[in-house]
Design a protein around this ligand. Structure first.
Ligand code: COA
Length: 326
């Protein structure tokens, strides 16, 4: 029995914010941003569009690509760090909007590793005969938790959504080959939004102290990311008895081009095997891998049956890799 990617979609908001635009907002330069991160521009959602709205648009495209109706979806999983509300979950908006009347659904909070975690669950679910299709969305409106006065972080993030539908298909041998997932709470403080939850509920004070924004220690995050992502990639390749050269496409979480290149070099894959679009969108957290998968399929870089290596790292710390036959 195979489980394959039957459809993908993505949605990127129209408005572009370039490095030159940011130069007018904080003390930075296009050159600094490009050299340190590889980012040229990012997209920003309008005020009246939330994370769930973008997830719905991506999901609709994925359903169209799969040629199935929302009512055929068994489960809706939305990975996000910027849900529309604390509750109800964002999955319920997607479920209602696409008419997934037979589905159950939930959100996953694993920051930038959300899609890697979601895939683990989706593959497990689909081993049960009662589930046929699982819709995974990664969606973020990071612009609403970005401190536009902090040059250390505001140049890094962007908005967007991606969707992947996994389905059972008895006629193929696609599926999960190996996975390696982790969480380590010892570094919770290096990347977080300090207020808005039960630890520091919203108050005048939390707003004044700008605690509802992303707080990050960039250098520490960088080093931990390279090591963790490299380790996870090596583990799944070893478990599968494969070399990096046997992978059709490596799709890393798009946080920083230098992180991606450092990991690629350490796991022995060629530049041409690595998908990069961080230049166009910045870091879209849980959305980034789903957007990449969609662009890779639509751009003809990926086909059913190809071996792909997905790897991510994020707040938590959370990280992991998935080696899949698409
Ligand atoms: N423009 C200009 N200068 C900036 C700047 C900006 N946007 N942001 C920071 N700087 C300055 C710093 O203040 C620092 O100045 P100082 O030396 O006078 O203190 C200097 O640039 C170097 O900062 P440093 O933190 O060493 O740079 P870096 O090479 O580590 O790059 C990041 C910074 C954030 C790009 C990099 O650390 C990174 O990408 N980290 C990982 C972030 C990430 O992936 N987060 C999400 C994980 S999912």
């Amino acid at each position: 029995m195979g489980i394959r990617i039957v459809g993908t979609g993505s949605y990127i908001p129209e408005k572009v914010l370039t490095n030159f635009d940011l130069q007018k907002m904080v003390d930075t330069s296009d050159e600094w941003i490009q050299v340190r991160t590889g980012i040229v521009e990012r997209h920003i959602a309008p005020d009246d569009m939330c994370t769930g709205d973008m997830a719905v648009k991506a999901a609709e495209k994925a359903l169209e690509a799969a040629g199935i109706d929302g009512s055929e979806i068994s489960a809706v999983i939305v990975a996000t760090t910027t849900p529309d509300y604390n509750f109800p979950n964002t999955a319920s908006l997607v479920q209602r909007s696409i008419g997934a009347v037979s589905a159950f659904g939930f959100d996953i909070s694993a920051a930038c590793s959300g899609m890697i975690y979601s895939l683990e669950l989706a593959y497990s679910l689909l081993l049960q005969k009662k589930y046929r299709y699982v819709l995974l969305c990664g969606a973020e409106k990071l612009s609403c938790i970005t401190n536009w006065q902090d040059r250390n972080t505001c140049v890094l993030f962007g908005d967007g959504a991606g969707a992947v539908i996994l389905g059972r298909d008895d006629s193929c041998d696609s599926g999960q080959i190996a996975s390696d997932l982790h969480i380590d709470g010892n570094y919770r403080e290096i990347l977080q939004m300090p207020a808005g939850g039960s630890r520091n509920p919203a108050s005048h004070e939390t707003v004044e102290k700008r605690m509802h924004y992303i707080h990050m220690l960039g250098r520490e995050t960088f080093k931990l990311a390279v090591n963790a992502m490299t380790g996870a990639c090596r583990k799944v390749l070893a478990d599968a008895g494969m070399e990096g050269s046997q992978v059709k496409l490596v799709i890393p979480h798009q946080a920083n081009k230098r992180i991606i290149e450092a990991v690629a070099q350490r796991i022995g894959v060629q530049k041409e095997q690595v998908f990069i679009n961080v230049n166009k969108y910045g870091n879209t957290s849980a959305a980034s891998i789903a957007i990449c998968i969609d662009e890779a399929f639509r751009g003809g870089l990926l086909r059913t049956g190809d071996v792909i290596l997905l790897v991510a790292f994020g707040s938590g710390l959370t990280w992991g890799a998935q080696l899949l036959r698409a």
